[in-house]
Write a protein that binds this ligand. Structure first.
Ligand code: TRP
Length: 322
């Protein structure tokens, strides 16, 4: 049995289909038969969310979403980063062996620096906290989206740097699991779907909001009556991830026939998504009405994760001489 872990930041208001396909679905696949943890890196969100109500709301909503999507036959632990008492102490110890030259190579920091001149130190230190999130639990595998590839390499480099400095095998080197297909998911503007382009489609938003997002997907200007090529269409590209095989075949035939417009295709995509997520959306509504159900589960996850982390931290303190 392996230990699998991943995190999703409560920085944004809700999960969208890119999060689902890139992180959640691969995570659930790997969770099967293993010991799995999905956590909310709320300290990481502090790098950009500076309003307590927003952070609280995002955490609340995201936790409800993570539980709503959890398949009942593949249970896993959900926990909050800020409930892990020694996570920042561990980060400090790791900072003390992390080469500055390594941190200067971080793409995420360079990107933020290019976008924003008023950048804070936590953005720079971000990968070290993320390393503690992973190696602090002796994690074997971390399913993440492609954008997190370098962060995973850093976690390995930091673990190795510690082991070398203290002549030990104390930290396990985690393996990243990245689904390469994901690069091809188009956003509503046809560019790659990304939070920072604001071109994504939600999962738990009201039907009206989803409809608006889907209706604004960019398509070419082939007239309604004319046959169309499904393989070059952004709407069809999204359907492929969620529609059952038979339905896809008949949609593809409709594209190639006369009189099937992009408006039809978009309404069909809306229906496909609502069907695919229908159970999760119902569960989500009930969790949002009664948050005590979530809180109970979080207490279990927080305790389990804290126990593992605390053991590791106590040993770590001894190794470094504290
Ligand atoms: N950096 C990740 C993101 O932006 C979130 C994250 C924090 C994470 N710690 C982690 C992901 C540990 C996996 C493992 O999505």
């Amino acid at each position: 049995m392996k230990r699998i872990l991943t995190g999703v930041k409560p920085t944004w208001n809700g999960m969208h289909i890119w999060n689902y396909l890139g992180m959640y679905k691969p995570f659930v696949e790997k969770a099967q038969g293993n010991e799995a943890f999905l956590f909310l890196p709320d300290y990481h969100s502090l790098t950009s969310v500076h309003d307590w109500e927003v952070l609280k709301h995002n955490k609340h909503r995201l936790a409800a979403e993570l539980f709503a999507l959890m398949p009942h036959d593949i249970p896993f632990y959900v926990f909050e980063q800020s409930k892990i008492k020694h996570i920042n102490n561990m980060t400090w110890i790791l900072s003390s062996i992390t080469p500055y030259s390594l941190m200067l190579r971080a793409h995420s920091f360079k990107d933020s620096q290019n976008k924003n001149s008023d950048i804070n130190m936590a953005v720079f230190n971000y990968p070290i906290l993320m390393a503690a999130d992973i190696i602090g639990y002796d994690v074997d595998m971390v399913p993440v989206g492609k954008d997190q590839k370098q962060h995973l390499e850093f976690a390995r480099d930091i673990a190795e740097s510690f082991n070398k400095t203290y002549k030990t095998e104390f930290f396990k080197l985690p393996e990243a699991y990245i689904d390469d297909n994901l690069a091809t998911i188009p956003g509503i503007d046809g560019r790659k779907m990304s939070k920072s382009y604001n071109n994504f489609i939600g999962i738990f938003d009201d039907e009206k909001v989803l409809k608006k997002q889907i209706m604004s997907i960019v398509t070419d200007d082939t007239p309604l009556e004319d046959p169309k090529n499904p393989e070059t269409c952004n709407v069809f590209a999204l359907m492929k991830f969620f529609a059952p095989e038979q339905r896809l075949i008949s949609i593809s035939n409709n594209y190639k026939a006369w009189g099937y417009g992009y408006g039809h295709a978009k309404l069909e995509l809306l229906d496909i998504l609502l069907t695919y997520f229908s159970e999760a959306r119902k569960k989500y509504d009930s969790y949002m009405k009664d948050y005590s159900l979530i809180e109970k589960e979080l207490v279990i996850g927080n305790k389990k994760a804290w126990e593992i982390h605390d053991k590791k931290y106590q040993k770590l303190k001894k190794i470094v001489g504290l």
